[in-house]
Design a protein around this ligand. Structure first.
Ligand code: C2O
Length: 552
């Protein structure tokens, strides 16, 4: 195994998109940020130096961080932020993962511009379980805001209303030709005929699940969240913020004499209507046809093909797609699905309200403030890091170890919402003994509309053993669980007006954040944390904190 060292200088950089410039937070002046490359088994060492006037922290999304929770990154969960002028070295070993993950700022809304890919290759000499691609290309989907995103969220929190939406979606930071004055800011995937390419697709958008498709070129899904899956081929994929997927694309056998668009557009149950052309486009371009004897005469006015994406609220497309995802579950890559359960939990996830200080004057529903919760608890970040409070035994006044295992007042989750939509504030954790097998059913609620919530768990992969629409039925639904080859991942959409059941093994001591990966819902409190205690054996204990761990 090798040591992969990086320096991340977090700095302000001027960037122009959609004909307007602004100063954004970047890493090393790059937008999107640099790619971290490693092989499975390598030690990654990233020195982050904060040169910006904001507090900073970087999360290595999906990295297991076995016993290295101090390097996970969410501000006030595993570390205090890196203050302006300070630095912190993140150190972690990549264990049992191969594929694509990503890194992003994990404080306030700074991940709007602070993100980049993590490419994890198999151990040297170990092949992919599919034919090796000719070339691999990261495809990072994101959002671009003309406004300062920190101002957008702080204003929304002040008024209690919903934040403004972004001005464009982007592919590798570029909005593409369907937006005003963006034709020159177009991602081009240059390909040759008769070859296979692997796209490492990441959804880094702040607030939107996305569809993605390339005209005339089906995509074969081979990996999600750095776990191999049984390959399947589709025209369109769906991907929630936080998720990553590797897909194979095979080019036409000879120069096709056409240009193919790739498009991404949002999936949102809250929205209605059809495809809108405020859609990010990239271009799949066959390289230099004039240089090939078999090529048709070069023609600048090649016909352009655009893919047809599902409608914006096509929930059945999304659930069918999700149902296709299966672990490889082979001898070499087994699916170690917990067959028995030590601890089981039922969480409602959804929106809600806070009362307004002066009744009826906030911009949320009926003059209230927007909020979001899990089991009616809207999580409040502490002012010191939870992991530190736990490790030093000073948890009093920081968190309470009594997160509810089920809703205190059950209701018809997908029927008429209750009259009282208010949530309670709290900083509550679930405490798990080391090694416990956990089953968690997450039930979407219809409070303020049924919406899909992409839930992300830090520190673990989980198996998605079941999903369905309506209310979860504990008497019937578990009988239909897939305990053989369920997909293993770190982020899953809880379906709109439905539920999802996951299982994981609590084999990683530390404090692990779990939250909706729609950033506005994080801001409103759709988050909680698990505290996994040390085991008895020496290799079952959280390592001590590094000496440069930031202080609050
Ligand atoms: Cu990618 Cu806690 O997030």
């Amino acid at each position: 195994a090798a040591i992969r060292e990086y320096q991340f200088d977090v700095q302000m950089t001027n960037v122009t998109r959609l004909c307007s410039s602004k100063s954004i937070v970047t890493v090393n002046g790059q937008f999107p940020g640099p790619t971290v490359f490693a092989h499975e088994g390598d030690l990654v060492v990233v020195r982050v130096v904060n040169h910006v006037p904001y507090n900073m922290s970087i999360h290595w999304h999906g990295i297991r961080q076995l016993r290295s929770g101090w390097a996970d990154g969410p501000a006030y969960i595993t570390q205090c932020p890196i203050q302006s002028g300070q630095s912190y070295v993140y150190k972690f070993t990549i264990t049992g993962q191969r594929g694509t993950l990503w890194w992003h700022a994990h404080i306030s809304w700074l991940r709007a511009t602070v993100y980049g890919p993590i490419v994890i290759l198999p151990k040297p000499g170990v092949p992919y379980p599919f034919p090796a691609p000719h070339k691999e290309v990261p495809v990072i989907l994101g959002e671009w805001w003309k406004a300062d995103t920190e101002a957008v969220i702080s204003q929304a929190l002040q008024t209690g209303g919903g934040p403004n939406v972004s001005d464009a979606f982007t592919i590798n930071g570029l909005p593409g030709p369907l937006y005003n004055c963006s034709a020159k800011d177009t991602f081009k995937l240059k390909v040759q005929p008769g070859k296979t390419y692997m796209l490492r697709i990441i959804n880094a958008a702040l607030n939107d699940e996305l569809f993605f498709s390339i005209a005339g070129h089906p995509l074969t899904v081979v990996d999600v969240d750095a776990v191999y899956v049984k390959p399947f081929t589709v025209d369109t994929i769906t991907i929630t913020p936080g998720q990553t997927t590797n897909v194979l694309l095979t080019t036409k056998p000879s120069y096709p004499g056409a240009t193919y668009y790739m498009l991404a557009a949002p999936y949102s149950t809250a929205a209605s209507g059809t495809f809108d052309n405020t859609t990010v486009a990239g271009i799949l371009e066959y390289e230099e046809p004039w240089s090939s004897p078999s090529a048709p005469a070069f023609n600048k006015n090649l016909p352009v093909f655009k893919p047809v994406l599902p409608q914006i609220n096509d929930t059945s497309f999304v659930s069918n797609y999700t149902a296709k995802l299966r672990s490889l579950a082979s001898a070499q890559y087994p699916a170690n699905v917990p067959q028995t359960v030590d601890k089981s939990f039922f969480f409602t996830v959804g929106l809600g309200t806070h009362p307004c200080a002066v009744n009826g004057t906030c911009q949320g529903p009926n003059g209230s403030r927007f909020a979001a919760s899990i089991n009616n608890v809207s999580f409040v970040l502490p002012t010191t890091a939870l992991l530190q409070a736990h490790f030093t035994g000073k948890s009093r006044g920081v968190y309470a170890p009594n997160f509810p295992v089920a809703p205190l007042v059950p209701f018809n989750y997908t029927g008429t919402p209750p009259n009282n939509t208010n949530v309670m504030n709290g900083t509550k954790l679930v405490v798990l003994p080391y090694g416990a097998t956990v089953e968690l059913v997450m039930q979407g609620t219809s409070i303020l509309g049924a919406e899909s919530h992409p839930l992300h768990l830090h520190g673990f992969n989980f198996f998605v053993v079941g999903q369905g629409f309506g209310n979860f039925d504990p008497a019937k639904d578990p009988a239909k669980y897939n305990l053989v080859d369920p997909v293993e991942r770190n982020t899953i959409g809880v379906p709109a007006a439905g539920w999802v059941a996951i299982r994981f093994r609590a084999d990683n001591p530390g404090v692990w954040f779990m939250h909706c990966h729609l950033e506005v819902h994080v801001s409103w409190g759709l988050k909680m944390a698990w505290l996994v205690l040390d085991g008895d054996k020496p290799n079952e204990k959280l390592l001590p904190p590094p000496s440069d761990l930031p202080k609050c």
